[in-house]
Every structure is written in structure tokens, then in C-alpha cells.
Design a protein around this ligand. Structure first.
Ligand SMILES: [Fe+2]
Length: 370
């Protein structure tokens, strides 16, 4: 398997792996490490069915929840990003955003598989929000430090939103289902630590971010606009060019993305799945800097004391069958995990080891606890 960085602000191409076949645990670990480093991974020249796409997605987490867009017939977790050659409805997802950031536990990633790709145009742009934060002028950082953004799908998917009732009268081919549910709000810090790498990033942007806690709306929108101008500067952007048979996975926790047009008269079709996020209560068991910490708080509403233990010897232990990562775990952590599996069932547990095995975090998947 070969990883070739794009040379831009993020993004890499991976060749030498056939995603139509089940992946070995080491292959998944290598891909995950490349994903966390490059944030956008492109796998060209793949021939994938929807089953293959789903299996690939599940190697990296549980399925995320996709509200407001109907799945394709016969599938629960695959949606079609489609546009007919003669379609005149406004382009879908042309504004910068990160997917479903208005959810309590937003998706970790998105997978998108190119089925019909126009000869030109239709690039996807990605803006690296680690880089945007690292290079941010101190004056702007001071303004956003500690601030909590209020996210909502209202502007997009409420009945009076961009994809609301008026849009349903257009010739849009995508099956979008606007709803009053889009008016719900969820708060997320503007600066968040990445749950797997700990690296800070700016999270989300104006659009789904519709306000800031404790700020007058006018001031909040002005600040979100100022931030947006910084977040989307060219120096942080990777322009992704598609080809049919290409699978792309990206990290929603550290990126903004948007669609572009420029393919009028050509059809475009991609199938999409989302990788669910981890509960932001944090890892249940983590191994870091020679210590293992077990923190099963909130699993069943019970508080269990936090335990920190020195790592005396690392063992590699397979993580049951739901997510077959080799976890590097302290024997006591392993015993605790067994207990957790027993209490909650295997499918609720996600393991995210890093490839060098110094650091492993084990989360409960979001789907049932959300
Ligand atoms: Fe998106």
C-alpha cells in the first residue's frame, strides 16, 4: 500500500489496496493513521458495491445517522449525491460546512464513492482546520478561545431553509426531506481537541453554526463571518479532483468541505456513508504516556472511579469481532473491556489504536448512547 500526499494543505492518495475485499486489521490501522495525518484519503481505481462501501465504513466506526436525506432504496445507510445532466436546481452543499455538525455527536467522517463523474468540474474542496487554527493570528484566536458555537440545521433543512419547501418545487434529483426537527440546536466549542489525536482544530463554521453562546446575535454572526474568512483561506484548502471508481474518506472533525459546480450538461452520481463519531465524554480506556486510564463513567449512568495504572507490559489483544482492530491494552484494561463487552454488547464498543501502539483509546459508539 502506498500513501502519496497531495502536496496541498491536506489530502493523500492511497494505492495498492483492493477495498472490494475485507481488510486485515493491520491494513485498517495503516489507513486510519494516514487518515488522521492527511484528513482526506482518496482510493482511485476501485470497483465497489454498496456492500463493499458499507463494510469499508464499518471498519472505521459505526454508521452515523443521516437526517433530512432519504437513503437509496433497499439501504439504510447509503445516500446518493446525485445530479442529472439537465438539472437546474441550485448545486447541493456548495457552502463550506462540516457534515451534520448540529448533531449531539456529529460524524467522525464521511465516505464518498464516485460512480458517475463528469469529465470536468465537480471538484470537492477541503479546508484543513488544524492548519487554520495553528496559523491563526493571536488577535482572532483570543476572540474565539473558550467560545461555544450554537449549531443548527435550520438554515439548510427547516421548511423555510435552503433545502426546504421552496426547494422541493425545483427539479432536484436528490431526495431531501426538510423538517421542523432542523430547528433543534446543539452546542460545540469553536476550538475542539480531535478525539483521536488530541490535536486542536476549529470546529464547524457559519451556516450550521448559527450563533455563539452568551453573545448578542449581531456580534456572534460578525465574529463567525470573520472566522469563516480565515478558515477558508486558499492556503488551507485542498482541491480534490474526482474520477469514477474513486472512494474518498474524510475527517469531519478537522475539516470543512464544499462542493463545486462547473459540469453543466453532465450527470454526476456518488454514494455516501457516514462514519459515526465517538461520544465526546471522552475515551473509556486510554493508554498514553505509559499510563492506562479507565473511565467508564456514564456507561450505565453509574459513576465508576477513574483508574490510572502504569503500563508494565503491552499486549496485543484482538477487539472481538465487531471492529477487528488489534488493541494495545494493559491486562487490567483488557479485563475491564471484557466487562464492558459483557454489560453492553460488542457492537457498542469502538477501538481506535494508533499504528505504533503507544496510545489507544476505546470509546462507546454514539449510536445507542446518543
Ligand atoms: Fe458535506
Amino acid at each position: 500500500m502506498e500513501v502519496t500526499p497531495s502536496g496541498q494543505a491536506c489530502g493523500a492518495t492511497i494505492t495498492g489496496v483492493d477495498l472490494s475485499q475485507p481488510l486485515a486489521a493491520e491494513t485498517v490501522a495503516t489507513i486510519r493513521a494516514a487518515w488522521l495525518e492527511h484528513l482526506v484519503l482518496a482510493f482511485p481505481d476501485q470497483t465497489l458495491t454498496d456492500d463493499d462501501l458499507e463494510r469499508f465504513t464499518l471498519a472505521f466506526g459505526p454508521f452515523g445517522e443521516d437526517p433530512f436525506i432519504a437513503p437509496i432504496p433497499g439501504r439504510e445507510h447509503v445516500i446518493a449525491i446525485s445530479r442529472r445532466a439537465d438539472e437546474t436546481a441550485p448545486l447541493f452543499a456548495e457552502n463550506w460546512h462540516t457534515d451534520w455538525s448540529f448533531q449531539k455527536i456529529p460524524p467522525a467522517g464521511t465516505c464518498l464513492y464516485g460512480i458517475e463523474i463528469p469529465p470536468e468540474g465537480g471538484d470537492t474542496l477541503y479546508a484543513n482546520q488544524h492548519a487554520a487554527l495553528e496559523k491563526m493570528p493571536e488577535e482572532l484566536r483570543t476572540k474565539i478561545e473558550g467560545r461555544i458555537a450554537i449549531h443548527s440545521a435550520k438554515n439548510a433543512y427547516a421548511p423555510d431553509g435552503t433545502y426546504g419547501e421552496a426547494d422541493r418545487k425545483t427539479d432536484r434529483s436528490m431526495d431531501i426531506r426538510p423538517s421542523k426537527d432542523a430547528e433543534a440546536t446543539k452546542a460545540h466549542p469553536l476550538i475542539r481537541s480531535h478525539p483521536e489525536t488530541g490535536r486542536e482544530a476549529i470546529y464547524g463554521c457559519i451556516g450550521y453554526s448559527a450563533g455563539i453562546e452568551g453573545m448578542a446575535q449581531e456580534d456572534a454572526l460578525a465574529l463567525l463571518m470573520e472566522l469563516y474568512a480565515w478558515q477558508t483561506r486558499d492556503e488551507f484548502v485542498y482541491r480534490h479532483k474526482w474520477a469514477a471508481g474513486m472512494l474518498v474518506m474524510w475527517d469531519n472533525r478537522a475539516l470543512l468541505h464544499r462542493a463545486t459546480g462547473g459540469y453543466e450538461g453532465h450527470a454526476r452520481l456518488l454514494h455516501r456513508t457516514t462514519i459515526g463519531g465517538a461520544d465526546r465524554r471522552g475515551p473509556l480506556v486510554s493508554i498514553d504516556k505509559g499510563m492506562v486510564a479507565c473511565d467508564p463513567e456514564g456507561i450505565s449512568g453509574r459513576q465508576i472511579r477513574r483508574i490510572r495504572l502504569p503500563v508494565t507490559g503491552q499486549i496485543t489483544r484482538p477487539c472481538k469481532r465487531a471492529f477487528e482492530h488489534p488493541i494495545v491494552a494493559h491486562p487490567i484494561a483488557a479485563a475491564m473491556l471484557d466487562q464492558l463487552f459483557l454489560m453492553n454488547g460488542q457492537d457498542d464498543v469502538l477501538a481506535h489504536p494508533d499504528p505504533i501502539g503507544r496510545h489507544a483509546q476505546i470509546y462507546f459508539a454514539s449510536s445507542r448512547s446518543a
